[in-house]
Design a protein around this ligand. Structure first.
Ligand SMILES: [Fe+2]
Length: 170
């Protein structure tokens, strides 16, 4: 776990990350479309060279010191989350993706992956295509839209199949 684990992954000890900057945001919603608060949202992804922050990674020495690799954010009543990160890149056999985990109090950790819509390598990615349902595969792919100052904007909403009583206020 990095010491710096906030929702800004592109600044570490005064160093800036390499890569295309992306604002990844969205909402955590229940099955009725109501926002979920107190959801811990975690993301992790490779740096601009395709290297993970991992204690067993053989490529550790070559890691981008300006990229945090992991970040977390807890939702408030709006259910919204927000990260500053980089546009994911492909590594080994994988198409570009951002790992996302959501944990609600008293609930098991839910993990998924966010993909770039229109990315050619999505077509033969074994994890993405392991999702049998075509509509579900679509929902995992989001637009990375041009924003200000050469940065990009990506919106990834996550609906958890919870009933209201599962998330009762405590
Ligand atoms: Fe990965």
């Amino acid at each position: 776990m990095p010491l710096d684990r906030d929702n800004d992954l592109v600044q570490v000890d005064g160093q800036s990350a390499l890569g295309t900057l992306v604002e990844l945001h969205g909402r955590i919603l229940d099955a009725r479309g109501e926002p979920l608060k107190q959801a811990l949202v975690e993301i992790w992804q490779v740096d601009a060279d395709g290297i993970y922050l991992h204690s067993r990674s053989g490529s550790r020495q070559r890691r981008d010191a300006g990229f945090q690799g992991y970040g977390r954010f807890e939702t408030a009543s709006s259910g919204e989350y927000r990260f500053r990160t980089i546009r994911p890149v492909a590594y080994s056999s994988r198409t570009p993706h951002i790992h996302v985990a959501v944990t609600l109090p008293g609930q098991p950790r839910f993990t998924t992956q966010c993909y770039i819509r229109g990315e050619p390598r999505n077509a033969d990615d074994f994890v993405l295509n392991g999702v049998a349902d075509a509509r579900a595969r679509e929902l995992l792919q989001v637009d990375f839209l041009p924003g200000a100052n050469g940065e990009q904007l990506a919106r990834f909403d996550i609906v958890l199949g919870l009933t209201p009583s599962d998330n009762a206020p405590s």
